[in-house]
Design a protein around this ligand. Structure first.
Ligand code: PLP
Length: 433
């Protein structure tokens, strides 16, 4: 048994050694435990690790502020006025968009509200919103608030899809059927790209096509999908999307969020929006005395309200450079291998102890396995902590594990599943005693 474990550990280590993307781990600070050893960090779905270069890049902006003050808007290494332009294309590549479709602004839930103001326009016939489940509370609050804003009853309007009895993710066909069934009542389909709890990735292309067929607006929350899946927002025809950048995006706590508005809406001056000066055409943005009528900047930038937070954008810029270098297609390929390896190792322990609630099809999940613990979940949590392994525990019994392709390794997955296995063995022994 011992030697079998040794051998599989060696196999994992050699997979790491032979993986060209393995080198990107060195670009990140890996936090250490009390013993000074690197922690095994599987919480990239909550807060991604810090790229080492962030430190210098943020400091450079602090220095520019110190030394240049207001002149920093137009002078210095990275003038702040056109700051976002240098990474707009990288941001677009990450989600499969055209640069005009992308803007980084605000935070995720704030963006949801801004975008819903424009893209949730209920009429007396069509006012419903369909969303996936379980729905992240913040998204649900935003949707309910928007319904109330339109003087509608949230309980009538917000339709959360129901799981089938005994199943933990939604079936693709059931999603499309739900759209078919309510085709004349739905104003909006608002899904997550990857469900935060189960890790289920939805068939964005099929849902977008069905929505277009019926003239229903399709919006996405990409909190757990951006920097994780190889998205094609433009080609799939999604109307709008938003995502935070501190999860797989590695841009730091509360970092500025991304927003996508499809090119087909780029020049629509009639769309209702909560306007501010930064969304105005730059040609007239600063003519404060004479320009009193809002002229929307073409594309997603027309949804900006305020001038951007540079200190929050500096780490994003650094992080997007890394994504550009590695390439999201290659990262996704590595991610599928890492997550598949994790799945296989958990399965080999046996379903009496652990049940995977994430879809089994690699196309229907991202870099995440959610494990339902049968038995004592808190004992597992404690053992993981003692072993220096950081995961995310959702009471009462689900552990979410995200092997992220930029910095996690096969060896780390092996070490994690060793702990799972030893806790399961103790549990079995106790059960017998
Ligand atoms: C992480 C997450 C959020 C976070 O919202 P903030 O506005 O950034 O605080 C929202 N929705 C989903 C689905 C998430 O996973």
């Amino acid at each position: 048994m011992e030697s079998e474990n040794e051998k599989s550990l060696q196999d994992a280590a050699s997979q790491d050694a032979n993986d060209p993307l393995g080198q990107f781990r060195d670009r990140f600070h890996i936090p250490t435990g009390q013993d000074g050893e690197p922690l095994i960090y599987f919480s990239g779905h909550s807060l991604g690790l810090m790229p080492r270069k962030c430190f210098d890049d943020v400091t450079a902006e602090l220095e520019a502020w110190r030394d240049l003050a207001v002149a920093g808007h137009l002078e210095g290494r990275h003038p702040w006025f056109p700051y976002h332009e240098s990474f707009r294309a990288s941001g677009a590549r990450l989600v499969g968009a055209e640069p005009i479709e992308i803007v980084f602004m605000n935070t995720l839930t704030a963006n949801l509200h801004f975008l819903l103001v424009s893209f949730y326009r209920p009429t007396s016939g069509r006012n419903r919103i369909l969303c996936d489940s379980p729905t992240f509370p913040s998204d649900l609050y935003a949707l309910q608030a928007q319904a109330r804003w339109h003087r509608l009853d949230p309980d009538d309007v917000v339709q959360v899809m129901k799981l089938r009895e005994g199943e933990s993710s939604l079936r693709d066909d059931d999603v499309l059927q739900a759209i078919d069934d309510q085709r004349d009542k739905l104003a909006l389909v608002m899904f997550s790209g990857v469900n935060y709890y189960t890790g289920q990735a939805f068939d964005i292309e099929a849902i977008a096509a069905r929505c277009q067929q019926y003239g229903i607006t399709f919006g996405l929350d990409l909190a757990h999908a951006a920097g994780n899946l190889d998205l094609k927002l433009h080609d799939h025809g999604v109307d709008f999307a938003t995502w935070c950048t501190y999860k797989y995006g590695n841009a730091g706590p509360g970092a500025v969020a991304g927003a996508f508005v499809h090119e087909r809406h780029a020049d629509d001056q009639e769309l209702v929006r909560l306007a501010g000066w930064w969304g105005n055409d730059p040609a007239t943005r600063f003519r404060m005395d004479e320009n009193t009528k809002f002229i929307a900047h073409p594309g997603a930038e027309g949804w900006q309200v305020s001038n951007p937070p540079i200190f929050s954008m500096a780490p994003l810029r650094t992080s997007l450079e890394i994504f550009d270098e590695a390439g999201i297609t290659a990262l996704r390929e590595r991610s599928i291998r890492l997550t598949g390896y994790l799945e296989q190792r958990i399965d080999s322990i046996g379903t009496d102890h652990y049940q995977i609630i994430t879809p089994r099809n690699p196309d229907r999940r991202g870099a995440q396995i959610s494990i339902r613990v049968i038995g004592d979940a808190s004992a597992l949590q404690q053992s993981l902590e003692e072993a220096g392994i950081i995961t995310d525990f959702r009471p009462p019994d689900v552990v979410r594990v995200a092997p992220t392709p930029l910095y996690n390794t096969f060896e780390e997955i092996h070490r994690f599943t060793e702990v799972l296995e030893s806790v399961a063995q103790i549990g079995t022994k106790r059960g017998r005693d």
